[in-house]
Ligand binder design. Structure first.
Ligand SMILES: NC(=O)c1ccc[n+]([C@@H]2O[C@H](COP(=O)([O-])OP(=O)(O)OC[C@H]3O[C@@H](n4cnc5c(N)ncnc54)[C@H](OP(=O)(O)O)[C@@H]3O)[C@@H](O)[C@H]2O)c1
Length: 253
């Protein structure tokens, strides 16, 4: 299978690496910034161009791994000769691609991907397509690089994306706030790492609702009050503390 990757960021890089590991031939990397295209192309051993360049029309499939906002701009400059074109976004309809080719779809990697990651974690892939033949082609490629491939239409994928924002982006933001707090208060953030890992590990065995701990589920109002007093100089954290405490109490009411 021959693939053109459009984009050179986190997803383009990690999916590109996985593809060459599984003998999928990347024939071209295209990116808005020529230098970015060149860097990724050198790693993936492919040709490269910027978005004004000629698209390699020999490919079987075109993978658009560009920002969500760019996907909703006009992409009509891309001429893929009616071949399948896919995007990688969780929260963007597949139909943004319908004017480029009748054969289009989605290849959404349900994982937090950064090009700096040294070990590529397992990546469930949610796929969708405009027709059966394109779906089969996407499934074939997805199955080469992942053990977990599932069909998810626009509505389902959007819901999965919301769940992922809660489970991943929000928890990571809370880690960041905890780290800022630790640094300002002279506490070593590393002390919290076993706790963070333990909580993440627990959800692989139990429903998170059954393993919640902390002052909110205990309805320990004295401790909550003490914590809030400590946060008087951190208004953002204090307001989140109150909202999340209320949310936990409401869930276990
Ligand atoms: N990272 C993740 O964990 C993850 C997971 C699942 C899905 N996704 C989805 O995958 C897609 C790519 O995400 P990413 O994390 O790889 O983003 P990223 O690292 O920020 O890379 C964004 C890419 O988009 C290109 N780009 C930005 N604005 C553009 C424009 N106006 N026109 C053309 N190209 C433009 C950039 O090109 P230049 O660098 O050449 O300027 C760059 O190659 C997004 O739809 C995202 O929702 C991301």
């Amino acid at each position: 299978m021959k693939v053109v990757i459009i984009g050179s960021g986190n997803v383009a890089t990690i999916l590109g690496r996985l593809m060459i590991q599984h003998n999928i031939n990347i024939v071209q990397v295209m990116s808005r910034n020529m230098e970015h295209a060149k860097i990724l192309a050198e790693e993936l051993n492919s040709n490269f161009t910027d978005l004004n360049g000629l698209v390699d029309i020999t490919a079987d499939l075109y993978l658009l791994a560009i920002s969500d906002a760019a996907l909703t701009e006009s992409l009509l400059y891309l001429n893929v000769n009616g071949k399948p074109i896919l995007h990688t976004a969780g929260a963007v309809s597949k139909d943004v691609l319908k004017q480029i080719s009748p054969n289009y779809g989605v290849f959404y990697p349900l994982q937090s991907l950064r090009k700096e990651m040294k070990i590529i974690p397992p990546i469930p892939i949610m796929i969708d397509a405009s027709n059966v033949a394109t779906m089969e082609l996407i499934r074939e490629m997805a199955s080469k690089i992942s053990d977990s491939v599932q069909i998810a239409n626009d509505e389902t994928r959007q819901k999965i994306h919301v769940a992922a924002v809660f489970a991943n982006n929000f928890t990571n933001h809370l880690y960041s706030l905890a780290e800022v707090f630790c640094n300002k208060e002279g506490i070593d953030f590393n002390l919290l790492k076993p706790l963070i890992l333990e909580t993440a590990n627990k959800v692989t065995e139990a429903s998170p609702g059954t393993v919640q701990t902390g002052p909110a589920i205990r309805k320990d109002l004295i401790t909550i009050e003490k914590n809030l007093n400590l946060l008087s100089e951190y208004p953002e954290m204090k307001s989140l503390y109150i909202k999340i405490t209320d949310s936990i109490m409401n869930l276990y009411r």
